[in-house]
Design a protein around this ligand. Sequence first.
Ligand SMILES: *Cc1c(COP(=O)(O)O)cnc(C)c1O
Length: 470
Amino acid sequence: MDNKSDPSTLETYGQVVLTWISRYLREVEGRPIRSDVAPGTILEQLPPRAPEKPESYEEIIGDLDRIIAPGLTHWHSPGWFAYFPSNTSVPSILADLAAAGMGQQGMLWATSPACTELEMVMLNWLVELLDLPRDWRTDGTGGGVIQTTASDATHLALVVARQKARVRTSIEKMVVYASNQAHSSIEKGARIAGYEHIRLIDVDETFAMCSRALRTAIMADKASGLLPVFVNATVGSTGTAALDPLLEIGKIASEYKMWFHVDAAYAGTAMMCPEYRRYQEGVEYADSYVFNPHKWMGVGFDCSCFYVKDRKPLIDTLGIVPSYLRSDANRAETVVDYRDWQVALGRRFRALKIWFVLRAHGAEALRAMVRRHVSLARAFGDWVDGHPCLVRIAPVSLALVSFRHVDGNNATQLLVDTINASEHSFVTPATLKGEAYIRVSIGQMGTQAEHVERLKSLIDGSLYSRNHSG
Ligand SMILES: *Cc1c(COP(=O)(O)O)cnc(C)c1O
């Protein structure tokens, strides 16, 4: 190795990279949100083979601006109203940098006691912060673990449920239930886990799962000799942030001895605020639960928190201990080895960014951010309601507003195109029952009233010019 990996180099070029990031975040608002590169643009600028000889850091870091920046989509622009947010924040960046420097592998307690124990405490902090059941704490019967994504967590829940049900029947007879608004990760996870029967249950007029329809489907399946095994409920669906009735679904799950999984990937963060906790009434019935600090909480991707009510079936399903991974500590069963809580063996130090974010901002500021976003969304929803050309297609739920143009799909798509062509505001179009609509998700950390005002003028301008163009 040449001196490129000399630790002192980090001080010189670390500073250059930090300055680059700081400038990026300061200037991101002024950049067109969507990259305008044609497919292959980045690809063409990269050599076909890795270099044999060292290159200078000046050249390498310079290519961030030359090659990489033009191909970035700016998720951290305050005009970001697309998908859901994927926020990062300065404390999260600092923690990730520190974690990169430490290069820990936290697969066992013994391979990084700090990585394991900080994660246990952070997951306990989040139980308290979101008012989740106390027996989910690592010092209770359950526990929490950081997974890469909500999709991974849901897949895992499906695998554990399948393993638990194996004593009762075989996989061909097991049935999984979710609403027809559930995230695609339920269906994907079920398929990977080997389930053959997945029922997508009807929803009510707010797009929440209809628990009567769930019961009817369960009874029909039982009558034909199948075994209901798993039901997913969503707090804050991806399409419209619909809120499934956890209490009703949880009771049905316990009546039929099914595994009850709650997907609160987006909405979990809002549970920091007591006024939204009615949306998770019944969460105590859940066998497993997932929420993504990497969406709305300001903890950079990837960080998805997965909880189980009882850790034993999880560890029974995933625990494998080859001799070279035995340590005195895990033999004595006195510690948590997170390897047994996930598919992968290795794991990086992700708890550090939760720790930095919660300490640097404090829970009060994070709550204030959620409340600001929700109140901006409500005001925007009111504006939509008063607008002659627009109709809401679902209740404003948390910080998501779903609406369309009164004239239908083409007019709605035109509106999306105009908004997204503006470069400073970005929305995602979606469809429900064949009807196109626009999702305005307000949740970027920097989004303020002025950014929503700008979006409103953009919509008005587009509608006005259309009305006056013959
Ligand atoms: C975003 C989202 C997911 C998927 O999240 P990943 O962490 O990207 O896998 C799952 N469920 C819901 C409700 C979501 O909004």
